[in-house]
Design a protein around this ligand. Structure first.
Ligand code: F6R
Length: 611
């Protein structure tokens, strides 16, 4: 969603802001803007659309200065427009604010500010902030920092803020409540703020993760932090372990293709580095907790929820625990019978998804322990959970999740085997053989990647169909859902994922000679294989175009399918981690043929930080 970059130092700020905002483009946005302080004046330039529009406007209307904030906006309150784009200013145009999040009580705040004579131009919730700061200064706040604190004590909701003022030409302020914001420490006194580390990865090797309820003052060479009560806090500086290349495209035509290809390496590293086996399992919750555990509730959104569905099957099979999964956006409004003995497992790439975080906060109120599966160190989710299993996939820039998904699947596999070993539902021999078979998954994915040319041919053949159906059962039911989600989000082809057993209960009505039906029917010892074949016969009888995803060596499958994508045979429990890679490539090449913006599909945001 929205992106923030701010700078204070000795350099010309605008090129640094544009560089940082470009690295945040993947989060999704519809307009952009910058505010620069120079010679005790504030210059603001905003445009609708891509950052290239902002760059062109900045050529016509140049801004120079070394204290500045920039923003990419993903519209929530008010349509995408220049006037609604950030930064927003006070009445005198001397204070500029960029904001991620939502000020929930902005209606009331705006009404009282308007009654006091403030003039508003936009429909945004954000615009109340510069006016509140202005009002606090008029009411006698001793300095800009005090005025910001006074404004924040009245604002309810979520925010990450960057603030500059023409009257304080050497400082950049930042604040955080519920939306991520980091401070980057660069060379030569450079200080940055950003909503995500990759934005400033090429410029900083040390960061400070601002906590909720804190605000910061950044100067050339200095950072000070206070809590909302005004007590100064000593900053905790952390080294950035990611390399700058981790956020680069590395010669691939898109980030998504690069990230699809990174999967064998990511999964190998996760297997090697996992804290569960060999590493002493000291990741926040002790083995004894898992011995006594009765029940697990998994929550997540979108792709992460599909990983959770797969995780449920593994946990049930290996641990004997009662396991449920729900969409975080539903879970938070249900009235579930959750007792303090239930372990909550939120799954999230970004660790900032609003619904997932809200579910975790509820569960904590109920006294539950929380074990997060998450990709982003320092994210809100990792900070609010009792324990974290990091997926270690590195920055995922393509909006459609790929490597984070297979890493979540692998994390669930490791967790389920580990809990099974602790609870004694898996013996030593079972654990060893499961781990040995899991270790074959990265190589199997390599083989899938090697067959991408064939997958491209099949994808191009079917990409013009009005709609596609994805079917799978048991372990590969989530694979069918994820395959369909990938297809619709990047190629815009309508696609539905279904449990194959449900086909006769409705979706079979959709089948005709124009509808490709992608059937996930890989097998080794799979008891649902024959059922999948029956479903394929039913599709065939209605002239559906069957594309089968089958295991190497399955000689009978060609009789039932128009096209077959063969993948290496791995144990059924782990086949979804391999199979989904073929479906990622299938969706990728369909999107390529349809000419969409693959890394930044329309209307989508990488990190959904609002409800
Ligand atoms: C789809 C996709 C989304 C995310 C969802 C949750 O490709 O990326 O469905 O999975 O928005 O995001 P995280 O995992 O960051 O909580």
């Amino acid at each position: 969603m929205c992106g923030i970059v701010g700078y204070v130092g000795k350099k010309d700020a605008v090129p640094l802001l544009i560089e940082g905002l470009k690295r945040l483009e993947y989060r999704g946005y519809d307009s952009a803007g910058v505010a620069v302080v120079a010679d005790r004046k504030l210059g603001v330039v905003k445009t609708v659309g891509r950052l290239s529009n902002l760059e062109s406007q900045l050529l016509r209307q140049p801004l120079a200065g070394s204290v500045a904030v920039g923003h990419t906006r993903w519209a929530t309150h008010g349509a995408p427009s220049e006037v609604n784009a950030h930064p927003h200013c006070d009445c005198d145009g001397r204070i500029a604010v960029v904001h991620n999040g939502i000020i929930e009580n902005y209606h009331a705040l705006r009404a009282s500010l308007e009654a006091a004579g403030h003039t508003f131009y936009s429909q945004t919730d954000t615009e109340v902030l510069p006016h509140m700061i202005e009002a606090a200064l008029r009411d006698g706040a001793a300095c800009l920092g005090d005025a910001i604190r006074a404004a924040l004590t009245q604002a309810r909701g979520a925010y990450a803020l960057g603030i500059v003022s023409a009257d304080c030409p050497d400082v950049l302020y930042a604040a955080r409540q519920g939306s991520p914001l980091i401070i980057g420490i660069g060379e030569d006194g450079d200080r940055f703020i950003a909503s995500d580390v990759p934005a400033v990865l090429s410029r900083v090797r040390e960061v400070i993760y601002l906590n909720d309820g804190e605000y910061a003052e950044l100067r050339d060479g200095g950072v000070r932090i206070w809590n909302i009560k005004g007590d100064e806090i000593s900053p905790k500086v952390e080294r950035v372990t990611l390399s700058a290349e981790a956020a680069d495209q590395s010669g691939f035509e898109t980030y998504m293709l690069k990230e699809i290809h990174e999967q064998p390496r990511v999964l190998r590293r996760l297997l090697e580095r996992n804290p569960l086996f060999g590493g002493g399992a000291d990741f926040g919750l002790k083995p004894d907790y898992f011995r006594k555990l009765q029940r697990v509730m998994i929550v997540g959104c979108g792709t992460a929820s599909h990983a959770g569905m797969y995780g449920r099957l593994l946990l049930e099979q290996y641990t004997g625990l009662a396991v449920e999964i729900d969409l975080a956006s539903e879970f938070r409004y249900r009235d579930p019978r959750i007792d303090p003995g239930t372990l909550i497992i939120p799954v999230s790439q970004s660790g900032e998804t609003a619904d997932t975080l809200a579910s975790v906060r509820l569960a904590k109120q109920w006294g539950c322990r929380v074990l997060a599966i998450c990709n982003v160190p320092g994210s809100s989710l990792t900070r609010e959970s009792d324990a974290v299993l990091f997926t270690e996939a590195g920055p995922e820039i393509g909006v459609a999740s790929t490597k984070a998904y297979t890493a979540q699947q692998m994390a669930f596999a490791l967790l389920a085997i580990w809990i099974g070993s602790i609870r004694g539902t898996l013996g030593d021999a079972d654990v060893q053989s499961l781990l040995a078979e899991l270790a074959q998954v990265p190589d199997a994915i390599h083989y899938v990647l090697d067959r991408k040319d064939l997958i491209r041919v099949i994808a191009h053949k079917h990409c013009d169909a009005p709609s596609a159906l994805y079917l799978g059962r048991k372990f590969n039911y989530p694979t069918a859902l994820e395959g369909a989600l990938k297809n619709k989000e990047i190629s815009y082809q309508h696609a539905e994922g279904y449990a194959a057993g449900e086909m006769k209960h409705g979706p079979i009505a959709l089948i005709n000679e124009y509808v490709p039906v992608i059937c996930v029917c890989t097998k080794t010892r799979d008891e649902v294989y024959d059922k999948m074949i029956s479903n394929m016969r039913e599709v065939e009888a209605r002239q559906g175009r069957i594309i089968a995803l089958a295991s190497d060596g399955d000689t009978q499958i060609v009789r039932f399918a128009q096209d077959v994508i063969f993948v290496p045979a791995v144990r059924d429990d782990f086949s979804p981690i391999v199979n989904v890679v073929a479906l990622q490539l299938f969706a990728y090449y369909a999107a390529q043929a349809r000419g969409t913006d693959i890394d930044k599909p329309r209307n989508l945001a990488k990190s959904v930080t609002v409800e």
